[in-house]
Design a protein around this ligand. Structure first.
Ligand code: PGA
Length: 250
């Protein structure tokens, strides 16, 4: 089967509202005839502004994180209800910066995944090993654990609303990209994990994005691999000039 390509831009903690609006406006024009699935994930502060711009276009609105609780005394957190109120359609969960800088563990990520799905949001669940784990030969094991634990309790009926993003931590923001062969090998392995958990048909349909220093120069080679179904782009998503060629590849 041919899976649709899904290209997402994670703007991380960049851009004021006016800067975010300018980029979003440009993308709506330049990606208008794009044939892939698109998403932009601005900071919480720009979600409403960007949401108004991408509404009704072929670009989905994503958030970069979400609280694990529906509401309550959680100073500094943002809830699923608040995201939905802003028109957010997708939430990125378990990003390596959340896991490693802010110490989110698999249990917390899993709680967020289930909460998001229960409220009708789609999820991009990020997985990926540290350099030390890769060097110790643990890349597959780490990705398997993060996938299994991240999806624990998620029924097969919700799986179509989950995208996986394989982002080797050593490749994020470093300019070092995994080779297409290395990335594809992990994607194939993770697809096998999904098959063991949910069956062959669900595994076949699962969209697995690659992330980690994706740029126009390497996007097409990565996407050409059988198990790479899109990209989660950080640095190169911050400018239309660098994101559009990735989004319009092929
Ligand atoms: P990068 O970030 O493209 O800047 O490496 C990717 C990500 O963190 O999603």
């Amino acid at each position: 089967m041919t899976r649709p390509y899904y290209i997402a831009g994670n703007w991380k903690m960049h851009k004021t509202r006016s800067e975010a609006a300018e980029l979003a406006r440009t993308l709506t024009v330049k990606l208008k005839d794009g044939k892939h699935k698109y998403l932009v994930a601005p900071s919480f502060t720009s979600l409403e502004t960007v949401g108004a711009i991408v509404k009704g276009t072929n670009i989905l609105l994503g958030a970069q994180n979400m609280a694990a609780e529906e509401q309550g005394a959680h100073t500094g957190e943002v809830s699923v209800l608040q995201l939905k109120d802003l028109g957010v359609q997708v939430v990125i969960l378990g990003h390596s910066e959340r896991r490693h800088t802010y110490k989110e563990d698999d249990e917390l990520v899993n709680k967020k995944v289930k909460l998001a799905l229960r409220h009708g949001l789609d999820v991009i669940l990020c997985i990926g090993e540290l350099l030390s784990e890769r060097e110790a030969g643990l890349a597959e094991k780490v990705c398997e654990t993060q996938t299994r634990k991240g999806l624990e309790g998620v029924p097969v009926s919700d799986l179509a609303r989950v995208t996986l993003a394989y982002e080797p931590v050593w490749a994020i923001g470093t300019g070092k990209t995994a080779t297409p062969e290395d990335a594809d090998a992990i994607h194939a392995y993770v697809r096998g994990v999904i098959e063991r958990l949910y069956g062959a048909s669900a595994a076949e349909k699962m969209i697995i994005q690659y992330g980690g220093s994706v740029k126009a120069e390497n996007a097409a080679q990565l996407m050409a691999k059988e198990n790479i179904d899109g990209a989660l782009v950080g640095g190169a998503s911050l400018k239309a000039d660098t994101f559009v060629p990735i989004a319009m590849f092929g």
